[in-house]
Ligand binder design. Structure first.
Ligand code: NDP
Length: 237
């Protein structure tokens, strides 16, 4: 546990999966947490009730909504950008609008949210982006567009780390491997393929990602910035 009492945390995309675990972790550790959702109102309401966090409807594919939501949150100590979608498939057959929407959510939203958050973020603030091990490696076909989005946030974090470093604001990317969520269920059809690439033959748990997010947002991680933190059961080893 890290003590986040007195800290304001905004999690973009917190209604389900990894984002919900991050909301629970920061709330349990004493933070004042706000999180966004787009489609999962029931899940968001339930999470708000059990954690005391505030749920805000905001679609990460809409730049105006994203910027307005961050601005409305006021000065935040920690921004976690988790909202993401996964479009897999033969690039020759994939709907280009679906690819562009994924780029809006996975790339443009983290950039604009981070910049907006930094306007009011106090000295020593933390920005954590949820990327993917696929930013480094794409070990199967059909993932080019998704990998593109997760590589893009690497460059973004490196650059913003330089921009905000003088204010002691850190910018880091967490790169999960397979994690058991709706996006990638541990009993899904790809499980054997994915486990075949891994040193640890299992999906990770959302709570394991939340633990790393809390570490990067906590006082022990103040010297870590512009860095990619892979947590993938050895998928990239
Ligand atoms: P889930 O599909 O289980 O959950 C996605 C979350 O993102 C939901 O809370 C969803 O909210 C939110 N979200 C999606 N689109 C939007 C949007 N347009 N606006 C606001 N919120 C949105 O995914 P995971 O928890 O598995 O993934 C979370 C992050 O982790 C993503 O960035 C993903 O790419 C990354 N990741 C996941 C891995 C995995 O194996 N699970 C591996 C590597 C990276 P709502 O339902 O309310 O729309």
């Amino acid at each position: 546990m890290t003590d986040f009492h007195g800290k304001k945390v905004l999690v973009l995309g917190g209604s389900r999966g990894i984002g919900a675990a991050i909301v629970r972790r920061f709330a349990n550790d004493g933070a004042n947490v706000t999180f966004t959702y787009a489609g999962s109102k029931d899940a968001a309401d339930a999470l708000a009730t059990t954690t005391g966090a505030e749920a805000v409807k905001s679609d990460a594919s809409d730049r105006g909504q994203t910027i307005a939501t961050v601005k409305a949150a006021g000065p935040i100590d920690v921004l976690v950008v988790n909202a993401g979608t996964l479009v897999l498939g033969d690039p020759l057959e994939t709907d280009p609008d679906a690819v562009d929407r994924m780029i809006d959510i996975n790339v443009r939203a983290p950039y604009h949210a981070s910049v907006e958050a930094a306007r009011l973020m106090p000295e020593g603030g933390r920005i954590v982006i949820i990327g993917s091990v696929n930013g480094d490696r794409m070990p199967f076909a059909g993932g080019a567009a998704y990998a593109l989005t997760k590589s893009a946030v690497q460059g973004m974090a490196r650059g913003l780390a330089r921009d905000f470093g003088p204010r002691n604001i850190t910018v880091n990317v967490i790169q999960p491997g397979p994690i058991d969520t709706d996006m990638n269920p541990a009993d899904g059809p790809m499980k054997d393929t994915m486990h075949g690439f891994m040193a640890l033959k299992r999906h990770g748990r959302p709570e394991e990602i939340a633990g790393l997010a809390a570490y990067l947002a906590g006082p022990e991680a103040g010297f870590i910035t512009g860095a990619m933190h892979t947590i993938d059961g050895g998928m990239g080893a």
